[in-house]
Design a protein. Structure first.
Length: 168
């Protein structure tokens, strides 16, 4: 199977949206709406080019299997934030997330970035996500207690936000 990294283009929008809708047990309707807005904002003026791409997709046999979106923190000198890392449910645990993280790190270094921040909730469903980031050297640096209002899924209590950090 051939794997390839490409920068996000209009033609990938429909497939990328299916990722979240295909995981209703993980992503809420509100998250799907925000994700779509983020993708559309990215595709708007000016159109992205490969050299300034901040959304990368991984393709396997020309099919989109995953996506990572990152951006520079506006007020910082050299910090970047991962906004979305989504792998198609049927394609998880096949190395696509690893490919996207590695390519993102290369790009951020080329952009002059020196640090990466990522945030996730402390829900039990995110246990694998947290281990994934730790595998790449992200360190837990903070907790925002009761950050997410209930219910994210079927929880009846607020969830904490966990913040991870990585030096490049």
């Amino acid at each position: 199977m051939s794997k390839k990294i490409d920068f996000f283009k209009d033609k990938y929008l429909a497939e990328a949206e299916k990722f979240l809708r295909g995981n209703p047990d993980v992503f809420t309707k509100k998250e799907c709406t925000l994700y779509r807005k983020d993708l559309l904002d990215y595709l708007s003026d000016p159109p992205p080019k490969e050299d300034n791409a901040r959304i990368l997709v991984v393709l396997a046999n020309k099919e989109v299997c995953g996506l990572i979106m990152f951006e520079k923190e506006e007020e910082s000198r050299d910090y970047y934030r991962i906004l979305w890392l989504v792998i198609k449910k049927s394609e998880q645990r096949k190395g696509y997330g690893t490919l996207l993280i590695k390519e993102m790190v290369k790009k951020i270094k080329r952009f002059g970035g020196k640090h990466i921040i990522v945030e996730t909730s402390d829900e039990p469903r995110n246990k694998k996500v947290k281990k994934f980031y730790q595998k790449f050297g992200f360190k837990k640096i903070g907790v925002l207690p009761d950050y997410y209002p209930p219910p994210i899924l079927k929880h009846k209590h607020p969830e904490d936000s966990i913040i991870y950090f990585k030096d490049l």
